[in-house]
Each structure stands twice: as structure tokens, then as C-alpha cells.
Design a protein around this ligand. Structure first.
Ligand code: ADP
Length: 251
């Protein structure tokens, strides 16, 4: 459904952010990317929706093939919802209008200058209901708490009716209780709708709990790829580049 092959990203400043990365994301699978800051998780997520163009290798999606083929990127992005750490919402606009921006990719540029179609409003309200914020539809986004704002970000992403959701540190700026609730919400919606999800996280315990599959990234390379239950301390040491513990040294 979504795959990268021999992917490499070298930024203009010479930083090699990703090297020789080959991964396939299976339909409906909830994958969590783990790794230290600067490992390349965000670069990988941005490659998956074409925000960053790889300097080597390819990104392919079912239905469109190579997403950088002419005409493919727009179709791929329409099916791909993004959830960001800092929400990327427009604070002075209402919750509903922010969620409606998730529908823009479904219309021609000219159509987006006109008021949102009735059908889109119904979709946006339904999405707000799913994230428990229907009563806030007309509130300004900048009057909501961080956790509520992230719920608006989730509603905007699912208003796209995506086949794929990419979430870059979606709970990093939330307190532990809100982080768990928000991740539970993303996970529940993806599972209910059969959405393929790739989510980067810092919290190992949340990753273990929610992931079907864990991909550990270190210095731009995949160093672990397995089921959540297969992740051992030695794998974490490799992902986070920690020296082996005394038990491993003695062995
Ligand atoms: P992570 O999401 O795991 O923290 P990133 O993908 O953001 O890692 O970063 C990987 C490496 O690429 C880091 O060394 C970072 O400084 C560098 N990097 C990220 N974005 C850019 C950019 N736009 N230009 C140059 N270097 C970048």
C-alpha cells in the first residue's frame, strides 16, 4: 500500500538524514517510529507524503505508484492525512473552519474560494463528534487546551477521509494523561476505519502499547523492525545508541 525503497535524503546543508531505507507499510497496520532526536523520523514521514523529496530511491503508494510521477503527488496527498506536533491550526479561526480545511484537497482551486459545501460541513461535524469536540465547533481554536487542539488536528486529518495517516510526534507537547488519551483516539479511529498509520513517538511505553509494528531509526537507518512484543532492551540500546548494560557486557 505504501512503501519506500532504497530511500536516501541528503539536505542542501550536506546532512545525510536518511540512508538506504527500505520499508513497506501494510494496509491497516499501526506502525510507530522510535528513535532519538535527529534520527530521521520526521524526514521519513515527510518523504511519505512528498513534503521532502528524496535524493535517492523511491516512495510508492498503491494506486499512484511513484508519488513523484507527474500527477501522482496530488492524488497521494488527498488520501494522506497529516497530524503534527504543533497542530498547525489557524488559531483565530473556528474549530469547524479548521476542520473544513481537511476537505480542500477534494475540490478544485476555484471551488475553495466559495463557502464549504453542505456535505463537507456534515463530514467535518461528524469528525468533530468522533473526537468529542462537537460542542466546540464554533469556538476559536486558540481558546482550546493543547489536548483539545490536537483533537482538532485529528478531526482535520480524518475529514480528508484518508487511507493513510502520518503523525509526527503527535503527543510530544502534551501532559502524560492527555498524551495517552490523544494517542488512544488516533489509534481507535485508524483501527475502526482501516487506516494505515505511521506515527513517530518519544514515549516507549505508549509505543509498545499501541503499535502493531515498531520501526527503530538511528542515524538515518532502520536498526529495528518488528512486532511491539519483540522489542528487547538490547534493541532499545541500539536504537538510542546506549552502551550495552552490565549483563550484556558480561555475556
Ligand atoms: P527526527 O525527526 O528523528 O528528530 P529529523 O528527520 O528531523 O529527525 O532530522 C534528521 C537530521 O536531518 C538531523 O540531523 C536534522 O538536523 C537534519 N534536518 C532535518 N530537517 C532539515 C532541513 N530542512 N535542512 C537541513 N537539515 C535538516
Amino acid at each position: 500500500m505504501l512503501s519506500v525503497r532504497d530511500l536516501g535524503v541528503r539536505y542542501a546543508n550536506g546532512v545525510q538524514a536518511l540512508s538506504a531505507t527500505t520499508l513497506s507499510f501494510r494496509p491497516g497496520e499501526f506502525t510507530v517510529l522510535l528513535g532519538p532526536s535527529g534520527a530521521g523520523k520526521s524526514t521519513l514521514l515527510r518523504c511519505l507524503n512528498g513534503l521532502v523529496r528524496p535524493t535517492a530511491g523511491t516512495v510508492s503508494a498503491e494506486g499512484t505508484g511513484d508519488i513523484h510521477h507527474p500527477g501522482a503527488l496530488r492524488a497521494h496527498r488527498r488520501r494522506t492525512g497529516m497530524i503534527f506536533q504543533q497542530h498547525q491550526l489557524i488559531g483565530r479561526l473556528s474549530v469547524l473552519r479548521n476542520v473544513l480545511t481537511g476537505r480542500l484537497g477534494h475540490h478544485s482551486t476555484l471551488r475553495t474560494f466559495l463557502p464549504a459545501p453542505h456535505a463537507d460541513r456534515l463530514i467535518a461535524l461528524d469528525c468533530l463528534d468522533r473526537v468529542g469536540l462537537l460542542d466546540k465547533a464554533l469556538a476559536r481554536v486558540d481558546q482550546l487546551s493543547g489536548g483539545q487542539q490536537q483533537r482538532v488536528g485529528i478531526a482535520r486529518a480524518i475529514a480528508q477521509r484518508p487511507a493513510i495517516v502520518l503523525a509526527d510526534e503527535p503527543v510530544a507537547s502534551l501532559d502524560p494523561a492527555s498524551a495517552e488519551q490523544v494517542l488512544d483516539l488516533i489509534h481507535g479511529i485508524c483501527k475502526a476505519d482501516g487506516i494505515t498509520a505511521v506515527v513517530s513517538l518519544h514515549q516507549i511505553e505508549l509505543a509498545r502499547r499501541f503499535a502493531d509494528r515498531l520501526v527503530g531509526v538511528c542515524a538515518g537507518r532502520v536498526v529495528f523492525d518488528g512486532r511491539a512484543g519483540e522489542l528487547r532492551q538490547a534493541d532499545l540500546d541500539r536504537i538510542y545508541r546506549r552502551p550495552p548494560g552490565p549483563a550484556a557486557q558480561a555475556a
